[in-house]
Design a protein around this ligand. Structure first.
Ligand SMILES: *[C@@H]1O[C@H](CO)[C@@H](O)[C@H](O)[C@H]1NC(C)=O
Ligand SMILES: *[C@@H]1O[C@H](CO)[C@@H](O)[C@H](O)[C@H]1NC(C)=O
Ligand SMILES: *[C@@H]1O[C@H](CO)[C@@H](O)[C@H](O)[C@H]1NC(C)=O
Ligand SMILES: *[C@@H]1O[C@H](CO)[C@@H](O)[C@H](O)[C@H]1NC(C)=O
Ligand SMILES: *[C@@H]1O[C@H](CO)[C@@H](O)[C@H](O)[C@H]1NC(C)=O
Ligand SMILES: *[C@@H]1O[C@H](CO)[C@@H](O)[C@H](O)[C@H]1NC(C)=O
Length: 934
C-alpha cells in the first residue's frame, strides 16, 4: 500500500515533489487501517492521521480525528467535495497547533483546494511541493522559516497566498508574478531580502500585493503598474530607495497605496492625482522633498493621507480641506504656510495632524468650520496669539494638542463648550490669566496638560466635576491659592502634577493624594498633607485618624526655642531641604534687603529721635518706595539692626524650629540682644500688606511678663518675618517630655507655670486676642523658669479661610483643639483657648502628652484623667516624677480645674479671668475645699 500511496501523491502534486511520501514512517495501526480500506478516500484519512501525529495539539482540537474512521469529512476543520468525497479543504485557524509543519502529509491530500492554518505555531520550512490544485494557501502568523520555495512560482492554480507573519527569509522568487490566477499575495512581516524581481505581466490577476515589513531593498519594480487590476499595494517598512515608479499612474483601480517607512526620495509626483480611485495614501517616513502637489486634488475619493515624517516644504495644500478627506497627517515636515480654511462646513476632516512643522501666526478662527474635526494636533509649531474662541463651536472635538507653540493670552472660556473633549494639551506655551472655571463643563476630559505656561490664580473648583480625569499636569505655572477639596472626587486620577507653582494649603483627602509622589507637589508656597511625614505639621482634626507610625509629635510646631532634641534634628533636616527648594532664593533676597534697609534706617534714626511709644506712628520704618524692597518695622527704640546680619538667617545652625506658620531662626540685634525671627511659610495666605500691618501692630502692643514680645516685622509680598524676643530656656514640652534641664519641673515650678500661662491668656483675651494655638511647645521658659507664651494671634494674619483648612493649619497640636473647631456652625471664641489651657494643665500635672499612641490604641489624656477622677484614683494619673513634694488635695483641685476647662460645651468652660482667680485662691489658701471650685 505504501508505495502505491506515494505514487498517487507524487503524480498529482506540483512538480519536484518526488517520492517524499516514501519516507513516511507510519505507525503500524495506520498502515493496517489503510490496508483494510481501499482508494483515495482512505488515503485522505491516512494523510490526516499522519498530519495529526506530526503536530502537537495541546488544545485537543484534533482529538476526534481517528484512524478507525472510513471518511474524514465530518472531522473538525475538514471539508470534502460533495461529489467525490475527497478532502478539499483543511481549515484550522488559531487551533494552537505547534511543531513542524507536516509537509509530506499535506502533500498526500491531493484533492486539496484550500489549506488554512493561520495563527498556529507551526515551524519548519515550507513544503517544497504542494498538492496540484491548491488555490488558497494561508499559513500566516506561524513560525515558519527558511526560503520561499521556488515551486511556488509554478502552482498554477494558486489564487491566494498568505505567508505573512512568519520568519521566512531570502528573496521573493522569480516568476511569482506570472502565476495566472494569483489575486492576492501577502508576504508581509517576514525577513525577505534582496531586490524585488520585475516581470509583472499585463495579464496579471493580482489585486492585493503586500510586501510590507521585510528587508527588501533597491528600487520598487518599475513595471509593478503593469498589474493593472491592483487595488491595494503595500511595500511599506522595507529598505526601498528611488522614487515611486511612474507605472503606478496607470492603476486606475488602485484604492490603497502604502510605501511608508522606506528611503524613497525626490519630489512627490504630481501624477498621483491621476490615480482617481485612491482612498488611502501613506508615504510617511521617507525622504520626499519639495512642495505637496496641488494636483493630488484629482484624487476625489481620498479619505486618508499620511505624508508625515518627510522633508516637505511650502504651504498646506488647500485640498486638505476640500476633498472627502477624513484623516490627514502632515506631521514632522517643514511646512510653513497656512492656507485659508474655507468657512463652509463642507470639510469631512476628522483628524488633522500638523504637528512638528514650521507653521506660524495665529490659529485661524475659521478652523471651527471644520465641524467634523475630532482630533487636532498642532504641537511643536510656532503658532502665536490667542487660542480662537471659536473653538467652542467644534462640537465633536475630542483631542486638541497645541503643545510647544508660542500661544499667549488667556485660555478662552468658550473651551467649556467642547463637551466631548478628552485631551486638552497646551504644555509649553505662554498662556496667561486664570484657568477658566468653564473648563469644568468639559465632562469628557481625561487628560489636561497646561504645564509650563504663565497661568495665574487658583485651580478652579469646577475641575472637581471632571470625574474622568486621569492626567492633570499644571506644573510650572504661577497658580496660587489652595487645592480645591473637590479634587478628592476624581477617582481615576493617576497623574496630578502641580509642582513649581505658588499653591498652598492642604492636599485634598483621598487615597491618591495621601500617596502622591513628592515631585507632583514640590516647589510650591506650602502644600501639605497629613499623611506625609515631611510636609507641614499634622493637619487632622481628630487624633483617631492619625497614623501613629508617622511622626506627629506636637513639637513639629515649634516656637522660638533651643534646638536640642532628636526631634529637632529631624525637623531641621527637612527644613534644609525645604529652604533649599522653596525659600532659599527668597530669604537671601529678604536678608540682603533687610541689611541694606537697616543701614538706611539707622542713618535716618540718627537724624530724628524715634519715639518709643506704641502709638500708630511709632517705631522706625524703612522707606518702601522701591519696587522690590520690603519694609522693616521695629516697635521700640533700641538698635534695629542685626549684627550677624544675613549670616545669622542663612546659617542653618541658627534655625530653631518650624511650625505650621513658619520657620524660626535665631539672630542677634546690633546691641547684642538675641531675637527669634519667624519666617512665615504661609506667606501666600497672608492678607494684604495693610491688614497684615494692622494686625501685627496690634500683636506688637501686647506687653506682659508671661507673653513673648513681638519686636517688629518685615514685609514683602512674598516674604514676611516676625521678630520676637528670644527666650533661652527651651519649651515646656521639652521640659516635660524630653527631660531638658537637670530634672523634670518640681510641683511648685509646675504650679507657677500654670499660673503664668493663665495670666498670659487672660491678658491676651483682655486685649481681644485669641491665641488659637496654645500647647506645651508654644510655652517657653525663660532663664528663671517663668513661662512665656508665644505664637499667639497669628491666625488673624490669614484671610478667613475654610474652617477646616484653618483649624488644620494651626491647631496642629493634637488633643489641644476644642471640639467646636471642627463644627462649622459654632463660632470660635476665647473659649477655645480655655479648652487648650485645660489640656495643658492636665499635661503639666500628669507629665503625659495630650494624645498617646499605643500599639493599637489612641489614648486621649482628658478622658483618662476624667475616668480616673470618677473612679477616685486620680493619684494614679499624677506624674510619677513628682515624688511626693505636693499636696494631693491641691493637685485634685487643679485636675478638676483642668477638666472643667476641657468641657465639651464652650459655655461650660470658665473665663480666663476666673481661672486666674481660682488659681490664686489655691495658692493663697492651701486648704480650699474642692466643692467650692466645681
Ligand atoms: C511554539 O512552539 C515552540 C516550539 O515549537 C514552543 O517553544 C513555544 O512555546 C510555542 N508557543 C506557543 C505560544 O505555543
Ligand atoms: C494574511 O494573514 C494575516 C494574519 O492572519 C491577515 O492579517 C492578513 O489580512 C492576511 N492578508 C490578506 C491579504 O488577506
Ligand atoms: C456650520 O455648521 C454649524 C453647526 O452645524 C452651523 O451653526 C453654521 O451655521 C454652519 N455654517 C455654515 C457656513 O454653513
Ligand atoms: C501630536 O503630535 C506629536 C508629534 O507628532 C505627538 O508626539 C503627540 O502624541 C500628538 N498628540 C496626540 C494627542 O496624539
Ligand atoms: C493669587 O495671585 C493673585 C495675583 O496674581 C492675587 O491677586 C491673589 O490674591 C492671590 N491669591 C491668593 C489666594 O494668594
Ligand atoms: C512634575 O512636573 C515637573 C515639572 O514639569 C517635572 O519635573 C516632574 O518630573 C513631574 N513629576 C512627575 C512624577 O512626572
Amino acid at each position: 500500500m505504501i508505495p502505491s500511496a506515494a505514487a498517487t501523491s507524487s503524480s498529482s502534486s506540483c512538480p519536484m515533489a518526488t517520492a517524499v511520501a516514501a519516507r513516511l514512517l507510519l505507525p503500524l495501526a495506520v498502515v493496517l487501517a489503510a490496508a483494510a480500506g481501499a482508494g483515495a478516500v482512505n488515503d485522505d484519512v491516512l494523510a490526516l492521521v499522519v498530519f495529526k501525529s506530526g503536530v502537537s495539539d495541546p488544545m485537543g482540537r484534533l482529538a476526534p480525528w481517528s484512524e478507525d474512521a472510513d471518511r474524514a469529512c465530518a472531522w473538525p476543520g475538514v471539508s470534502c467535495d460533495a461529489r467525490t468525497g475527497r478532502v478539499d479543504a483543511l481549515a484550522l485557524p488559531a487551533a494552537g497547533l505547534s511543531g513542524r509543519l507536516p509537509r509530506s502529509a499535506l502533500l498526500r491530500l491531493d484533492a486539496l483546494l484550500s489549506l488554512l492554518l493561520p495563527s498556529n505555531n507551526l515551524s519548519g520550512s515550507l513544503p517544497d511541493a504542494l498538492p496540484l490544485r491548491v488555490r488558497v494557501l494561508d499559513l500566516s502568523a506561524n513560525a515558519l522559516s527558511g526560503y520561499l520555495p521556488a515551486v511556488l512560482a509554478s502552482c498554477q492554480s494558486l489564487v491566494s497566498l498568505n505567508l505573512s507573519g512568519n520568519r521566512l527569509s531570502g528573496p521573493v522568487p522569480d516568476g511569482i508574478w506570472s502565476l495566472p490566477s494569483l489575486r492576492s499575495l501577502d508576504l508581509s512581516g517576514n525577513q525577505l531580502s534582496g531586490s524585488v524581481p520585475g516581470g509583472f505581466p499585463r495579464s496579471s490577476s493580482l489585486r492585493v500585493l503586500d510586501l510590507s515589513r521585510n528587508l527588501l531593498e533597491g528600487d520598487i519594480p518599475a513595471d509593478v503598474g503593469e498589474a493593472g487590476l491592483l487595488k491595494s499595494l503595500d511595500i511599506g517598512h522595507n529598505l526601498f530607495t528611488g522614487g515611486l515608479p511612474e507605472s503606478l499612474r496607470g492603476l486606475s483601480g488602485l484604492i490603497s497605496l502604502g510605501a511608508s517607512g522606506n528611503a524613497l526620495a525626490g519630489e512627490l509626483p504630481a501624477w498621483i492625482g491621476e490615480i482617481a480611485a485612491l482612498e488611502r495614501l501613506d508615504l510617511s517616513g521617507n525622504r520626499f522633498v519639495g512642495a505637496i502637489p496641488a494636483d493630488i486634488s484629482g484624487c476625489k475619493n481620498l479619505v486618508e493621507v499620511d505624508l508625515s515624517r518627510n522633508a516637505l516644504t511650502g504651504e498646506l495644500p488647500s485640498w486638505v480641506f476640500g476633498l472627502a478627506l477624513q484623516r490627514v497627517s502632515l506631521a514632522g515636515n517643514a511646512l510653513s504656510g497656512w492656507v485659508k480654511v474655507p468657512g463652509d462646513n463642507a470639510s469631512a476632516l476628522q483628524e488633522l495632524d500638523l504637528s512638528g512643522n514650521a507653521f506660524s501666526g495665529v490659529i485661524p478662527p475659521e478652523v471651527a468650520s471644520l465641524s467634523r474635526l475630532q482630533h487636532l494636533n498642532l504641537s511643536s509649531n510656532s503658532m502665536s496669539g490667542q487660542l480662537p474662541a471659536t473653538i467652542g463651536q467644534m462640537a465633536l472635538l475630542e483631542v486638541m494638542d497645541v503643545t510647544r507653540n508660542q500661544l499667549s493670552g488667556n485660555i478662552p472660556p468658550e473651551i467649556g463648550a467642547t463637551v466631548v473633549l478628552r485631551k486638552l494639551l497646551m504644555r509649553r506655551n505662554s498662556l496667561t490669566g486664570v484657568i477658566p472655571p468653564q473648563i469644568g463643563n468639559c465632562r469628557s476630559l481625561i487628560a489636561l496638560d497646561l504645564s509650563q505656561n504663565k497661568l495665574t490664580g487658583p485651580i478652579p473648583v469646577t475641575i472637581g466635576n471632571l470625574i474622568s480625569l486621569q492626567m492633570v499636569d499644571l506644573s510650572e505655572n504661577k497658580l496660587n491659592g489652595t487645592l480645591p477639596v473637590e479634587l478628592s472626587k476624581l477617582a481615576s486620577l493617576r497623574v496630578f502634577n502641580v509642582s513649581h507653582n505658588l499653591l498652598s494649603g492642604n492636599l485634598p483627602m483621598s487615597h491618591f493624594f495621601d500617596t502622591i509622589p513628592d515631585s507632583f507637589i514640590s516647589d510650591n508656597a506650602g502644600l501639605c498633607s497629613s499623611q506625609r511625614d515631611n510636609s507641614c505639621s499634622g493637619v487632622m482634626p481628630k487624633p483617631i485618624v492619625f497614623n501613629p507610625n508617622i511622626s506627629t509629635d506636637p513639637l513639629s510646631e515649634v516656637s522660638p526655642t533651643v534646638p536640642s532634641s532628636r526631634h529637632h534634628k529631624k525637623i531641621i533636616l527637612s527644613i534644609s531641604t525645604l529652604i533649599a527648594i522653596v525659600g532659599g532664593a527668597m530669604i537671601i533676597v529678604g536678608v540682603i534687603t533687610i541689611t541694606v534697609l537697616n543701614r538706611r534706617v539707622r542713618t535716618a534714626a540718627s537724624h530724628s529721635a524715634v519715639p518709643a511709644a506704641l502709638s500708630d506712628d511709632y517705631g522706625s520704618e524703612s522707606p518702601d518706595n522701591e519696587a522690590n524692597s520690603g519694609k522693616l518695622v521695629m516697635f521700640s527704640r533700641g538698635s534695629p539692626d542685626f549684627s550677624a546680619g544675613g549670616h545669622a538667617l542663612l546659617n542653618k545652625d541658627c534655625e530653631l524650629g518650624r511650625g505650621g506658620f513658619g520657620t524660626v531662626y535665631k539672630a542677634v540685634l546690633r546691641d547684642g540682644q538675641p531675637v527669634a525671627i519667624k519666617k512665615l511659610t504661609v506667606s501666600s495666605l497672608v492678607k494684604s500688606e495693610d491688614e497684615f500691618k494692622r494686625q501685627v501692630k496690634l500683636l506688637g502692643k501686647v506687653r506682659h511678663h508671661n507673653v513673648i514680645t513681638l519686636r517688629g516685622f518685615y514685609w514683602t509680598s512674598s516674604l514676611q518675618l516676625l521678630i520676637y524676643d528670644f527666650v533661652p530656656g527651651g519649651s515646656l514640652y521639652q521640659h516635660l517630655h524630653e527631660c531638658l534641664g537637670k530634672s523634670s519641673p518640681s510641683w511648685m515650678e509646675r504650679f507657677g507655670i500654670i499660673v503664668g500661662v493663665a495670666r498670659a491668656l487672660a491678658h491676651l483675651h483682655r486685649h481681644g486676642i485669641i491665641h488659637y494655638n496654645l500647647k506645651s511647645s508654644n510655652v517657653l521658659l525663660d532663664s528663671n523658669g517663668e513661662p512665656r507664651v508665644g505664637d499667639y494671634g497669628l491666625v488673624k494674619l490669614l484671610p478667613m479661610l475654610d474652617r477646616y483648612v484653618l483649624s488644620s493649619k494651626i491647631q496642629s497640636a493634637l488633643g489641644y483643639m476644642a471640639p467646636e473647631f471642627t463644627c462649622r456652625t459654632v463660632n470660635v471664641t476665647e473659649k477655645c483657648d480655655i479648652y487648650g489651657f485645660g489640656v495643658l494643665v492636665l499635661e503639666i500635672l500628669t507629665g503625659r502628652k495630650p494624645v498617646q499612641y499605643l500599639e493599637d490604641d489612641v489614648v486621649v489624656l482628658c478622658d483618662v484623667v476624667r475616668a480616673a477622677l470618677e473612679e477616685g484614683r486620680v493619684e494614679d494619673c499624677m506624674d510619677p516624677r513628682l515624688s511626693g513634694d505636693f499636696s494631693m488635695e491641691e493637685a485634685v483641685l487643679i485636675v478638676k480645674l483642668g477638666l472643667v476647662c476641657t468641657s465639651q460645651v464652650p459655655s461650660h468652660r470658665p473665663d480666663m479671668g476666673e481661672v486666674v482667680s481660682m488659681l490664686e485662691m489655691v495658692r493663697s489658701s492651701q486648704s480650699t475645699p474642692a466643692d467650692e471650685l466645681v
